[in-house]
Write a protein that binds this ligand. Structure first.
Ligand code: CA
Length: 335
């Protein structure tokens, strides 16, 4: 049973900006709470769109975009309801870290959560048990975070139901990012978007640059994309211009072959820039051992044809780190 509490009334028309308080009892504060920002704007008839960011605390385009929308949108501008969770893993957001400093967990590997678990598990349980059941669509805004720089893209979470798959593709194309990519995180079921698809919500993800910075270009794409998605669902008026994103250009990360992992410790030197076309078997980069300059650097190889979609930041790596990610052409059925 959840002990979370909010003063926000999800059924009330107008704009409410507040928090959901999750009781937390650490050494410094016996009877206090972790306050997760929560806002609702509701007006007239229309669908409920959940806009979430700060799932990882070191990805900033999403939280900035949602903060702006909370401040700029008035109820009279919309038809329907928008539920904002702009800093959903608040402890991680305030720490500027992917994972929570409270319990060490990655929120996006805890869904559907546990209302009797740690703080991070309680947050995912609140989203799964309270927010998702009242939503029609769910948008989770990610960037690459501290360890990756990713080409700005809108993300399709695969759905086994053909009708939901079709609606997901249409909504993600409506975001109109420069790239549209199918990512299933190797079939990982514990992500927010996998969970929202299982709950039957139309689902949109993003990857907006990264490297733990704020990208001017990605922020611009994110701002326009979220408004495009709201217009797609009729919550905002039509955007006025046709999207440039095309079904035939959709890419995917081709499973394990899409990830080039470090095979030893050292400094990774990439051989291609983001967006470069590469082939399976081609050298992707070298790992230099700076303390032993007589030793030949170790070469890493691509395992798939495609484009360089994501690159590791910073240069230091240990064995197993993801150095490069390749996105390949999508050849499955997305109709
Ligand atoms: Ca992320």
């Amino acid at each position: 049973m959840s002990t979370a509490r909010t003063t926000i009334d999800f059924e009330r028309s107008g704009k409410q900006v507040g928090f959901v308080d999750i009781p937390h009892s650490p050494h410094e504060d016996a009877w206090g709470a972790t306050r997760i920002p929560l806002a609702v704007i509701k007006n007239a008839k229309g669908p409920t769109i959940i806009l979430q960011a700060g799932n990882h605390g070191d990805e900033y385009e999403g939280p900035i975009t949602l903060g702006e929308l909370i401040r700029e949108l008035d109820p009279g501008m919309i038809s329907g309801r928008i539920i904002f969770l702009p800093a959903v893993n608040l402890p991680a957001v305030l720490a500027g870290r992917r994972t929570s400093p409270v319990d060490g967990l990655n929120l996006n590997r805890t869904f559907p959560g546990n209302p009797g678990g740690t703080i991070t598990q309680q947050i995912s349980a609140y989203v799964s048990d309270v927010i998702m059941p009242i939503g029609d669509a769910y948008v989770d805004l990610h960037s690459g975070g501290s360890s990756l720089n990713i080409l700005p893209s809108a993300i399709i979470e695969p759905a086994s139901d053909p009708e939901l798959r079709k609606q997901n593709v249409e909504a993600v194309l409506a975001f109109d990012a420069p790239l549209t990519v199918v990512i299933d995180n190797l079939g990982e079921p514990r992500t927010s978007t996998a969970t929202s698809v299982r709950a039957g919500l139309v689902t949109v993800g993003t990857e907006m640059a990264g490297a733990g910075t704020v990208s001017i270009d990605a922020l611009d794409i994110c701002r326009r994309g979220v408004r495009n998605v709201l217009a797609h669902f009729g919550v905002l008026p039509p955007a006025g211009q046709k999207p440039g994103a095309r079904r035939e250009n959709i890419l995917r990360i081709p499973g394990h072959d899409g990830y080039v992992l470090a095979t030893s410790d050292g400094v990774f030197e990439p051989l291609h820039r983001l967006g470069a076309a590469v082939r399976a078997g081609e050298a992707a980069g070298r790992i230099h051992n700076l303390g032993d300059p007589g030793r030949t650097p170790e070469t890493l190889f691509y395992a798939a044809d495609g484009i360089v979609y994501g690159q590791r930041q910073p240069g230091r790596v240990v064995a197993g780190n993801c150095c490069v990610t390749v996105a390949a052409r999508y050849e499955g059925d997305l109709q």
